[in-house]
Design a protein around this ligand. Sequence first.
Ligand SMILES: [Zn+2]
Length: 85
Amino acid sequence: MYDDSTSMAGTGRVLNREQFVAYARGRIDAATALLHEHARVNGVCTCGRALPCPLAQTLASTATHYRRRLAAIAGTAPPRRAPRR
Ligand SMILES: [Zn+2]
């Protein structure tokens, strides 16, 4: 059911900062745990897929995405461009 009302109460569509941090950490933990099932052994992934394993890539990018979001929230994200000298 799509609710386009201005009230966000109870819809779960908008997370506050604390909720997002908890959500992001959960996603990172889940992705990291699942990544343990994927390792390069003898030219194939331990899950049986050929390398590069698409599932492992997705999990890794998910973890990276949420780590960056958390770093941005915490204000610890590195600058987009390093100063050139
Ligand atoms: Zn795999």
